[in-house]
Ligand binder design. Sequence first.
Ligand code: UTP
Length: 236
Amino acid sequence: MKVKNTVVKIGGSLLFTEDKEIDKEKIHNFCQIFKKIKYSGTHVIICGGGKIAREYINAVRSFQSNEALCDTFGIDISRINAKLLLSVFQDLAYPLVPKSLEELSTALLFGKIIAMGGLQPGQSTTSVALEVAEFIKAEELVILTDVEGIYDKDPKKFNDAKLLKHLTYTDLQEIIINSSGNKQAAAGEYRIFDAVSLQILKRSKLNIRIISGKDLKDFEKYWNGEEDITCTMITE
Ligand code: UTP
């Protein structure tokens, strides 16, 4: 069996339905894919916070102006999301959600699937995914989101938005600079790829694939080692 250390980030948008209900079917299907994986090695899943995290963040923001405090709510909710995955994996996963890279080192000793959420304020779970990928020397980081990758413009607003199949770190940097509005660094508003993540990416030299997690078809293909996957690849 091929050894492949992988980090998978599942965006919070994929964990909840439009009505803010937990998408139990999606979560179950996502975990099933891990049960069939053909690669041995370390597999760490990082969960986002999703709509529920944003609900909490908006409520806290309405009570007081404190972005760091808002971030802590996002972190807690993303950890609850990770804990939810543990309930599906049962014995296949390490039973606790590591809250730091030190706790992750302990979890790694057990050789099971690991699920995590956020780590510290001021960043997104994409940054966590990059930190973890760097830490475990992952061959690749997979980011599952609700679109098929990174586009030349917002695919939710423009019908003619074009999927960018391959980006270098420099291309990505330009996209981040051009698209960052004032809200870019507010709690709950770190986009698919934020500035902190870019800095970690540059030093880690990781390869990233951004894949749609909406129907999980392309994610399954990824694990089957198939090549014709619709996604954005980011390489140095
Ligand atoms: P994310 O914004 O990363 O999750 O974390 P998401 O909502 O799933 O994002 P998508 O789906 O990738 O767009 C939720 C919030 O938790 C806080 C931030 O406020 C973040 O916006 N957070 C998360 C931190 O402060 N630190 C972390 O390490 C992770």
